[in-house]
Design a protein around this ligand. Structure first.
Ligand code: PRX
Length: 633
């Protein structure tokens, strides 16, 4: 497959960028011509950021799976679409060609239909990283059902919240999932979640671990039974450009995660365009994105970006350190991976094992390296460059968000310059601005401020499911006429962007977004807790760790048993990813006279900054600060 819209030189980048800003409609209709449409659009873009309302390619009809599968069959039918590497290296890997993937997606799409799934229904997918997860996602898209993938690490309570918010009709899950040395009882967790979600009509269960599960007659069916006696053909549903494709929950500064909504045409084009350009994908290359499909990175750069480009995407079931810390390198060597896209937290973690796990691993197939999810520190960047890329692979540092659908600011591998710890330049179509607290645009280079985007790009979120006002308030109300990212940012003398981290109450732990309010709510559910305040602190591997200050109803309970109880509560309410690294029991929290917790002070103490914590005289009880300082963990 060729990509006429692939930018091949710095000069071309500047030219394309300029064109995308000066005449976005002509620019994006030119790109859209490279896709398969059942009917073309009447209007490229209608938008305002006040409601907000953004519509790309209005009037167009398409199905994203025809772009990801059908259109490749003639020429790429026998090429691997998905290479799957199991958790346990002793197990056989699997390869699905485009023909096979098409067939399996159609079969499962028919199975979904036979179970009553219709266009517009919400389907929650809670599975491990196996090809059937990608098949389930694509099968939903095939018939116009809206998929909502939930990461396999979330608890029953979190799933239940999401099922209720999205009014989910159907669930696709597995008996269990293998992750490192553990097996996670996914079906059992779903059963628990469903105790409070009687509205779910059917649960389709794929057999992966073969660990026995309870099947509820009338509600639960086996995947392998449902795909028997169904056709290999399933006509793709006709979708409007702006019909919903998926919902993906992400954390914000409030206690409740929001369902970010992406639609068919704009998301498809953005995932594809950014994939082809940032990674400079060339025909037949093997792209290994190590993310989980439960996060946006997996949606865009394991499934939709690569498959819409006719690429070979490598999907890995396990974790980087199982059975040992050489697993990524072994996979790279075994499958001759060309492009490796991972998170700084994984790099830092693997770095801590030294170079021994790299011995006897041939990494010479690698051409391009990428990072995503959090700022990458220079040390990790250089380690990646020297030990993995052997100084011959460009590294792309890609900044983006669940809400942006695809990469927004990044160098284009080998085409535009990289700069360690900088995401560098915006992609065509992306108009970043830095604003001060009052929302005034800070012009010129060598500046810093809050990062906003002033014009829609095709992959922008359209709403938050079931609550459009929440979308407006979260992203479009802080600054007039701007999309606010929640990130702080620097712009250097050459116009390169460096993301410095969240400026709201959202933590980035191992590249995962976690709201402090969400963790506080979970901690407060422990029966012995009166109140809590959660902040982030710098963590060598995770980027940010979670520091919780907790007031107990009985201060004599300040024991490890209570601490463990709190950790268990958080695991039960959210999932293990949200467990605090440190819990400090305190008798009070620094509050203003109006009762607002001064997180700035708590953050400074958690960071170990004891001297310059600022003015404490306005606090209700300044003495509490000294107590907290003295008890710092
Ligand atoms: O703070 C930024 C950080 O991750 C946030 C988005 O998180 P999420 O929606 O979970 O998506 C992660 C994968 C795209 C951003 O607001 N972030 C993401 N990429 C980078 C980053 N911070 C610095 N550099 C990056 N390359």
């Amino acid at each position: 497959m060729s990509y006429p819209y692939q930018i091949r030189s710095l000069e071309q980048y500047h030219h394309q960028y300029k064109q995308s800003i000066e005449d976005p409609e002509t620019f994006w209709s030119g790109i859209a011509e490279n896709f398969y449409w059942q009917k073309k659009w009447d209007k490229v873009l209608n938008w305002n950021f006040t409601e907000p309302s953004v519509k790309w390619f209005s009037g167009a009809k398409l199905n994203i799976t025809e772009n990801c599968l059908d259109r490749h069959l003639d020429i790429l039918g026998d090429q691997p679409a998905i290479i799957w590497e199991p958790n346990n290296p002793a197990e056989q890997n699997r390869i699905l060609t485009y023909k096979e993937l098409h067939q399996r997606v159609c079969r499962f799409a028919n199975a979904l239909k036979n179970n009553g799934v219709k266009k517009g229904d919400r389907v929650c997918i809670y599975m491990g990283m196996i090809p059937e997860l990608a098949i389930a996602v694509l099968a939903c898209a095939r018939i116009g059902a809206i998929h909502s993938v939930v990461f396999g690490g979330f608890s029953a309570q979190s799933i239940s919240d999401r099922l209720q918010d999205a009014k989910v009709d159907y669930i696709v899950t597995c008996d269990g999932a293998f992750r490192g040395a553990k097996d996670i009882p996914l079906k059992k967790i779903i059963d628990e979640a469903l105790l409070s979600c009687a509205f779910v009509k059917k649960v389709i269960v794929y057999e992966r671990t073969k660990i026995p599960v309870v099947m509820q007659p009338g509600r639960d069916v086996w995947w392998h039974d449902e795909i028997k006696n169904v056709s290999d053909e399933c006509a793709a549903e006709t979708m409007d450009a702006e019909d919903m494709l998926f919902i993906l929950y992400t954390s914000g500064s409030t206690g409740k995660p929001k369902g970010v909504v992406h639609t068919c045409a704009g998301y498809m084009i953005w995932a594809n365009y950014t994939f082809v350009n940032v990674f400079q994908y060339q025909s037949k290359q093997i792209h290994f994105c190590t993310a989980d499909i439960g996060w946006i990175t997996g949606h865009s750069y394991i499934i939709y970006g690569p498959l819409s480009a006719g690429a070979t995407t490598l999907m890995f079931e396990g974790i980087p350190t199982y059975p040992d810390a050489g697993r990524f390198w072994e996979i790279t060597d075994k499958h001759k991976v060309d492009i490796l896209y991972t998170a700084p937290t994984a790099i830092r973690s693997l770095m801590s094992y030294g170079t021994q796990p790299l011995q006897n691993k041939d990494l010479s197939s690698l051409k391009i390296l990428g990072t995503v999810g959090e700022p990458i520190n220079e040390e990790a960047w250089h380690w990646y460059d020297e030990n993995i890329g052997h100084k011959k692979c460009p590294i792309v540092d890609t900044w983006w968000q669940t809400e942006t659908g695809g990469i927004m600011i990044s160098n284009l591998a080998g085409v535009t310059p990289s700069k360690p710890s900088y995401a560098t330049l915006p992609l065509p179509g992306v108009q970043p601005v830095l604003v001060d607290e009052k929302g005034n645009e800070i012009e010129g280079n060598d500046a810093s401020g809050n990062l906003c985007i002033k014009f829609p790009w095709p992959g922008i979120l359209r709403t938050t499911y079931g609550d459009h006002e929440r979308c407006r308030l979260n992203y479009f109300a802080t600054y007039n006429n701007l999309y606010f990212t929640g990130d702080g940012c620097l712009r250097d003398a050459d116009g390169n962007y460096r993301i410095t981290g969240r400026v709201d109450d959202v933590l980035n732990v191992s590249g995962h977004r976690i709201g402090t309010a969400e963790v506080e709510n979970a901690i407060n559910m422990h029966s012995g807790v009166v109140e809590s305040a959660v902040v982030g602190f710098p963590h060598d591997i995770k980027g940010q760790g979670i520091y919780a200050y907790v007031i107990l109803s009985n201060s004599a309970d300040n024991t490890d048993t209570t601490r463990n109880g709190i950790l268990q509560t958080v695991t039960k309410v959210i999932g293990a990813i949200a467990k605090p690294d440190k819990i400090q029991f305190v008798s009070g929290l620094p509050k203003t006279r109006s009762g607002k917790i001064m997180r700035r002070i708590l953050r400074k103490i958690a960071e170990g900054e004891m001297q310059n914590i600022g003015d404490t005289t306005t606090l209700l009880d300044p003495a509490v600060v000294e107590e907290i300082k003295n008890g710092k963990l």
